[in-house]
Design a protein around this ligand. Structure first.
Ligand SMILES: [Zn+2]
Length: 183
């Protein structure tokens, strides 16, 4: 069978199917020009993330990231990215902070997290969003406590805020099917 004939057959088969349904996903992001437009608590959280950023260990990428997590009990936990010569052994700032918070206060929900990144020139111009792996962890923390929380992404030119990690990770992988109780 010639390649051109293969193509013709596939075209004919595809033409027999129609799309049954379509799903549109919408993400709402609040955008602020500066932290001054935000609440005092949020400004404090952003400041803490910036301070955490300066403590990053990122000698390889020189891309420092800081995260600050506010818990419902008022505790403020910070974390920064920790790199390693064996690259996959490092950890992002968001997971460093969230895992520490969850390890120290396993019963306490998160209220908000602020994330900021810097290179040698200073704070990155546009807000830097969490990587896919961190989004999964942020989501599981939300599901674990059954409570959505604010995610604040800080850039030099603007600040973005979403009200749930589901906004950053639609159609996510969730562990319901993994739980023995969910059989
Ligand atoms: Zn990450």
């Amino acid at each position: 069978m010639s390649p051109s004939r293969d193509y013709r057959i596939i075209t004919i088969l595809c033409a027999q199917f129609t799309i049954m349904k379509q799903l549109s996903l919408t993400t709402t992001i609040d955008i602020f020009e500066t932290a001054k437009e935000m609440s005092a608590k949020e400004q404090e959280l952003i400041k803490a993330a910036e301070e955490a950023c300066k403590k990053a260990y990122a000698p390889y990428s020189e891309f420092n990231v800081g995260a600050a997590v506010l818990l419902e009990n008022g505790e403020l936990i910070t974390g920064s990215n920790q790199e390693n010569a064996a690259y996959p052994s490092g950890l992002c700032a968001e997971r460093t902070a969230i895992f520490y918070a969850n390890a120290q206060y396993p019963e306490t929900p998160v209220v908000s997290i602020a994330i900021i990144a810097m290179n040698k020139h200073g704070i990155i111009k546009n807000p830097v969003a969490p990587c896919g792996a961190c989004r999964q962890v942020l989501l599981e923390t939300e599901l674990r406590f059954k409570k959505a929380y604010d995610i604040i992404l800080v850039g030099q030119s603007s600040i973005q805020k979403v009200k749930s990690s589901k906004d950053l990770l639609p159609l996510s992988f969730v562990g319901e099917g993994l739980l023995k109780s969910g059989e």
